[in-house]
Design a protein around this ligand. Structure first.
Ligand code: NAP
Length: 259
């Protein structure tokens, strides 16, 4: 796997923090040339510097996935700096918690715009360049929340994460003629800056509900993304990979406790 990613040009949206940073780090570790895209340029540059100091090739560019012009500029930046574009990791996402009774339509729109429309916009902006790659790949960061499970306060979020898979299943058919594959990683609960904001109690409870008894690491999600982007995954498209420590498997907490 590592050999086939060497020299590939990769965009990671939301690559400045959390899972995106983990994805960027794994790709850079495999010798890929990584462009980190996020709204806050300083954060993106700090992450790029970290990866560069670790021996990787990485740089940063500001961009908001809800804006087509931003993502078109980001895609062109990757091509200008790295001679092409092979992989888009559509990872940027937000997950403010609010139950239906408290959820205002504006927050709904922000979450849908970022997570779902942002996926479409990122793919659309990168497509002209991915078509020129011999190993064009789109790897979407979805979630178990929405496609498989539910969690109070995340109707909007779950709808977007399930929606990304609906998008993927048609996108993979449309883009197959260009040799581009489209797949999705579905993380469970992963230790990130975003998750830390939900508090220690949330993290402790979630870890207890996972058969492997811990939260995931960002590198473990990065490894799954790198697999989908590798030459070894060339015949896999329109598929999902759950990376959750077995969290969705137990029928009940009793099933987990009696193991
Ligand atoms: P995070 O730590 O909060 O990081 C989010 C990243 O996305 C940051 O780099 C942020 O940078 C960027 N971002 C947010 N809005 C953006 C926008 N409009 N345009 C461009 N970049 C934007 O979040 P995370 O936990 O790593 O989550 C990343 C992805 O993993 C999301 O899609 C999320 O749904 C998914 N996920 C996370 C978990 C988990 O346990 N953490 C579980 C399942 C799925 P700026 O703010 O500077 O733009």
């Amino acid at each position: 796997m590592s050999a086939s990613l060497k020299g590939k040009s990769v965009i990671v949206t939301g690559g400045s923090k959390g899972i995106g940073k983990g994805i960027a780090s794994v790709f850079a570790g495999h010798g890929a040339k990584v462009l980190i895209v996020a709204r806050n340029l300083k954060d993106a540059e700090a992450t790029a510097l970290e990866l560069t100091k670790a021996g990787g090739t990485a740089s940063a560019c500001t961009g908001d996935v809800t804006k087509l012009a931003d993502m078109q500029a980001a895609a062109k930046t990757a091509v200008d700096r790295h001679g092409g574009l092979d992989v888009l990791c559509a990872n940027a996402g937000i997950f403010p918690q609010a139950k239906i009774e408290d959820l205002d339509p504006q927050t709904w729109d922000e979450v849908v715009d970022t997570n779902l429309k942002g996926t479409f916009i990122s793919v659309k902006a990168c497509l002209p360049y991915l078509k020129n790659s011999k190993q064009g790949r789109v790897v979407i960061t979805s979630s178990i929340t929405g496609p498989v499970t539910g969690y109070p306060g995340w109707t909007h979020y779950g709808a977007t994460k399930a929606g990304q898979l609906g998008f993927m299943r048609t996108a993979c058919i449309e883009l197959a003629k260009y040799g581009i594959t489209v797949n999705a990683v579905l993380p469970g609960n992963v230790i990130t800056e975003g998750l830390a904001n939900l508090g220690e109690e949330y993290q402790r409870t979630m870890a207890a509900s996972v058969p492997l008894k811990r939260l995931g690491t960002v590198a473990e999600i990065g490894n799954a993304a790198a697999f989908f982007a590798s030459a070894e995954a060339a015949y896999i498209t329109g598929q999902t990979l759950i990376v959750d420590g077995g969290q969705i498997v137990p029928e009940s907490l009793e099933a987990l406790a009696s193991a």
